[in-house]
Design a protein around this ligand. Structure first.
Ligand SMILES: CC(C)(COP(=O)(O)OP(=O)(O)OC[C@H]1O[C@@H](n2cnc3c(N)ncnc32)[C@H](O)[C@@H]1OP(=O)(O)O)[C@@H](O)C(=O)NCCC(=O)NCCS
Length: 180
């Protein structure tokens, strides 16, 4: 399922996007607070995206991975995703990453709002969640801008380049105030 926002297209990835996803996963700035690590080769990236592509044939869906494209130029500037729980808890977890050349333009915020809207309006979720390394101030800012509440701190659960990092748990409920 694809989405359109003011400035962006969110289109589900296909195998044609493998090289592009690989490039994005290989950028150190995008991996700084990520537990995935830089892929050692294209094959590793293929294994990472395989479940998202396979899931496109399923109903109900349990994961989505979108490429983020600028409407103005068609340039792909990042990736985003959503994992609905598909059970009576009606939870969904979101993530996003934007190429560093495009940081600071509000794109991640625009994407995250679209994902929250999709979660509540189309997937009928009760709660949309996100986890973020406590040191990831840019992403913390995005989650706060979209009206998520910091619900907790999980100590030392993220294995990132040989160290255990703390993680904040953020979430927004279907009936929390939202200006979008
Ligand atoms: C986190 C990320 C997606 C943000 O993308 P973005 O398009 O630049 O985000 P936005 O422009 O919507 O918002 C960024 C906010 O961080 C703020 N910010 C940027 N640098 C900052 C800093 N050093 N200290 C405090 N705030 C900072 C910006 O000012 C902006 O807030 P504002 O609108 O109140 O001014 C991007 O940095 C990224 O891809 N990081 C790597 C991947 C990642 O960590 N993903 C999130 C996993 S949970």
């Amino acid at each position: 399922m694809n989405h359109i926002t003011n400035r962006l297209f969110l289109e589900e990835i296909s195998w044609d996007d493998l090289p592009l996803v690989h490039v994005l996963h290989s950028i150190p700035e995008l991996d700084e607070y990520n537990t995935l690590g830089i892929p050692k080769d294209l094959e590793e990236t293929k294994k990472v995206i395989q479940p998202a592509i396979d899931d496109q044939q399923k109903n109900p869906r349990s994961q989505f991975c979108w490429k983020i494209e600028l409407k103005s130029s068609g340039q792909v500037i990042g990736l985003a995703g959503m994992f609905p729980s598909n059970d009576r808890f009606r939870l969904g977890e979101i993530y996003y990453k934007i190429h560093p050349d495009f940081w600071g333009n509000g794109y991640a915020t625009e994407v995250a709002k679209a994902l929250v809207r999709f979660g509540f309006d189309e997937l009928k979720l009760h709660k949309v969640e996100a986890g973020v390394a406590t040191e990831n101030i840019r992403s913390v800012r995005v989650l706060e801008k979209i009206g998520m509440t910091r619900e907790g701190l999980r100590r030392k659960i993220l294995p990132i380049r040989g160290a255990w990092k703390d993680n904040y748990h953020y979430a927004i409920l279907e009936d929390d105030p939202r200006d979008y």
